[in-house]
Design a protein around this ligand. Structure first.
Ligand code: ATP
Ligand code: BTN
Length: 268
């Protein structure tokens, strides 16, 4: 990653986050794992950690996140953008944080991007990016936690092999865009969104999520067997599903959501 871009990100973020650093590593198992290890070792500074390549990227529930390096990752030609933002946060309620992050990321990138509850960015019927948030305890301030906000974005075409949803990539909507530019667009607004979330909780992001909801108004099926019509989220970020037995609120992060009749995938 271009050092100018890392400097520009640091300058853009510093006013909102004193002590902030932006760090690029050519290779790491997972930027989330690295920041969680640092947090457990007492390193709780605000930092953006960007990986040229992840060797063991993680999704939710122990799933894998696959990413590609570019021919020369230092020149910013990565096939994937993988990064984690770590910072202490003390919101009154953590509900909906991954949705708030999603709203910020899609707003920074492109109006055509949509959000699939609770942590995916979609382009039409394919997955373009994923969000993984983990937190660590802070010993002497029980109201705050160290939050690690991980984001993985496909920048370039990639095969669907082994993926539960065929992939989309950012170049489809922003032709020629490279990882450094995307990161520069995302980083400072994401920090501001996290600060807003910390102050006001999810409710400030509810309308933003519902405007970008990939599945609002569509028939969906949940991994717990529930079927119904998705109706967006409430002010706490709970998914609302209109079922035969009434309106169901889904909060469990263990639940996966799928369109009941996914449209045929585009042949790109
Ligand atoms: P959910 O709806 O519960 O979020 P999900 O299938 O999206 O289900 P996650 O845990 O959110 O599951 O994301 C991990 C999944 O993302 C993996 O199981 C894999 O199928 C998919 N995946 C991994 N890498 C990529 C990638 N680069 N592009 C698109 N999808 C990917
Ligand atoms: C998902 O779709 O379930 C979430 C995928 C999150 C991937 C990003 S890439 C940067 C950070 N490091 C990881 O190991 N995971 C997140």
């Amino acid at each position: 990653m271009d050092t100018h871009v890392m400097d520009a990100i640091r300058e853009a973020v510093l006013p909102d986050l004193p002590g902030f650093r932006a760090e690029w590593l050519p290779q790491i198992d997972s930027t989330n794992s690295e920041l969680m290890r640092r947090a457990r070792a007492g390193r709780l500074e605000p930092v953006l950690l960007v990986a040229g390549q992840q060797t063991a990227g993680r999704g939710r529930l122990g799933r894998q996140w696959f990413s590609d390096t570019g021919a020369d990752a230092k020149l910013g030609s990565e096939g994937s953008l993988t990064f984690s933002l770590g910072l202490p946060l003390a919101p009154l309620d953590w509900s909906g944080l991954s949705l708030a992050v999603g709203v910020s990321v899609v707003r920074s990138l492109h109006p055509d991007l949509r959000l699939k509850w609770p942590n995916d960015v979609w382009l039409r019927d394919r997955k373009l990016a994923g969000i993984l948030i983990e937190t660590a305890n802070l010993a002497d301030t029980p109201e705050a936690r160290y939050a690690v906000v991980g984001v993985g974005i496909n920048m370039k075409p990639r095969a669907a092999t082994g993926l539960s949803t065929p992939p989309a990539w950012l170049g489809e909507v922003l032709p020629g865009v490279e990882a450094p530019e995307a990161l520069l667009r995302i980083a400072a607004p994401l920090v501001r969104a996290l600060k807003l979330f910390e102050a006001n909780g999810f409710s400030t992001f509810q309308a933003g999520f519902n405007e970008r909801d990939a599945l609002g108004g569509l028939a969906v099926t949940l991994s717990d067997g529930t079927t119904g019509v998705a109706q967006g989220v409430d002010g706490m970020g709970a998914l609302l599903v209109h079922t035969a037995h009434g309106l169901k609120k889904v909060t469990s992060s263990e639940v996966s959501l799928r369109p009941l009749n996914p449209p045929p995938y585009e042949n790109l």
